[in-house]
Design a protein around this ligand. Structure first.
Ligand SMILES: Cc1ncc(COP(=O)(O)O)c(C=O)c1O
Length: 401
């Protein structure tokens, strides 16, 4: 019995379903994906049975500068050795807030938390606090965390919980305009993602006209434009992700990559929303931890030094071009969607995901860790040589289909 199987057998007795959430391999991933890893370094992972993989998931987003990045680790360790959690925060919280202000155009204040969902939920609270209104529009199918409003998975949540979270269709100006009209007078905010990165679907880049229309609707209704940059933040831009369209949010939510995997999330806001933020009671036992803040400062320094978005895009494009060439040569139609830095790879006419699962399973055997239906992630720890080595594996994987 492999160590992975042995751990799974033990876990089935003590962890509901054997594993939970997005890291459960049970229903989420093809047979053979390891449930447990033992080591991580750079862009590589080793499972508990010693198999090595070039990783294209980056822990679902947090890893951006390499697992065990020595600079980030040293910064976190130095802070931890001095002080991490206490009766009040350490000075580094002010340093990090100032750094965020200097980097993110719309940001004039910051609040730090732990998970992305803390940040997205805090944005809603602040939007409601300032406007005194109730409705928050959320895109159909979007994911903003696992809390009921943010994931809309009905199990365990009565329908009434969604009453003040009407939906619209992302990138559809008419749909969001209609949803705003219906909520008019009671609209506190509109939550948008950096782009449409719903799991299980082909990804859709944001239509700049849609972004501008949402901004105009929020202005007209005196509602908050809330940008959820938790997944895409720092990967597409060193500013908020809609900055490239000249559209700035009022409130933005960050997490995942901002500290290369140390646990920290951030809410950033513009001036008009500061007072409401100061009057909304938001906190958590671990929100003020200093080590992740030090890690974040170091991560942001690295991302700026290396112009991370351009580098991730170039690496992603190299991978994408290689996959296209291989798919054509092997006679398969692949659909690669989303930004190259956060690529999604699915097969055409593959409704039951049979081909996608078989391909990823074969790639895994070749030491390439891909995902059949979720967007993937590049990192600064990937080199051209890593991409090329991964492509050798995917070439052999296509050959098995
Ligand atoms: C776009 C987006 N928003 C929010 C979240 C929630 O972040 P967390 O899992 O850290 O609570 C996620 C997590 O995947 C996400 O992808």
């Amino acid at each position: 019995m492999s160590r992975n199987d042995e751990l799974k057998a033990r876990a089935e007795a003590v962890i509901p379903g054997g594993m939970y959430g997005h890291m459960s391999t049970y229903r989420m991933l093809p047979e053979g994906y390891p449930q447990y890893f033992e080591r991580a370094d750079g862009c590589r992972l080793w499972d508990v049975d010693g198999n090595e993989y070039i990783d294209f998931m980056c822990s679902y987003g947090p890893m951006i500068a390499g697992y065990a990045n020595p600079r980030v680790r040293a910064a976190a360790d130095a802070q931890r050795n001095q002080i991490d959690i206490a009766n009040a925060p350490a000075a580094v919280i002010v340093d990090l807030a100032e750094k965020m202000m200097s980097q993110i155009s719309h940001a004039e204040w910051a609040i730090f938390a732990k998970n992305g969902n803390d940040a997205t939920t805090a944005c809603n609270m602040i939007a409601r606090g300032r406007t005194g209104k109730r409705k928050i529009l959320v895109a159909q199918g979007a994911y903003h965390g696992s809390q009921p409003w943010a994931a809309r998975r009905t199990k365990g949540t009565p329908d009434e919980d969604y009453v003040h979270f009407p939906t619209y269709t992302f990138n559809d100006i008419e749909s969001v305009t209609q949803a705003v009209a219906q909520a008019s007078g009671d609209l506190a905010g509109i939550v948008v993602s950096a782009f449409r990165h719903d799991a299980g679907f082909h990804q859709e880049l944001t239509d700049p006209d849609f972004a501008r229309a949402v901004r105009a609707l929020c202005d007209k209704e005196d509602a908050a434009l809330i940008l959820d940059d938790v997944r895409a933040g720092m990967r597409l831009s060193l500013d908020a992700s809609w900055s490239e369209f000249g559209v700035q949010p009022d409130l933005s939510a960050w997490g995942k990559a901002i500290a290369n995997g140390e646990p920290i999330a951030a809410v950033l806001g513009s001036e008009p929303w500061r007072e409401a933020a100061s009057k909304t009671f938001m906190t958590g036992s671990f929100w003020y931890q200093a080590a992740p803040m030090a890690a974040s400062l170091e991560t942001l320094a690295i991302l700026n030094e290396e112009n991370a978005p351009a580098r991730l895009e170039a690496l992603g494009q190299r991978f994408r071009d290689g996959i296209y060439e291989q798919a054509q040569r092997h006679g398969h139609s692949v659909l690669q969607s989303g930004p190259a830095a956060m690529p999604t790879l699915m097969f055409e006419d593959d409704k039951d995901s049979r081909l996608g699962f078989a391909f990823c399973q074969a790639a895994l055997k070749e030491g390439v860790y891909l995902h059949p239906w979720h967007n993937m992630f590049l990192s600064l720890a990937h080199s051209e040589a890593d991409i090329d080595q991964a492509l050798e594996g995917t070439d052999r994987a296509f050959g098995t289909l």
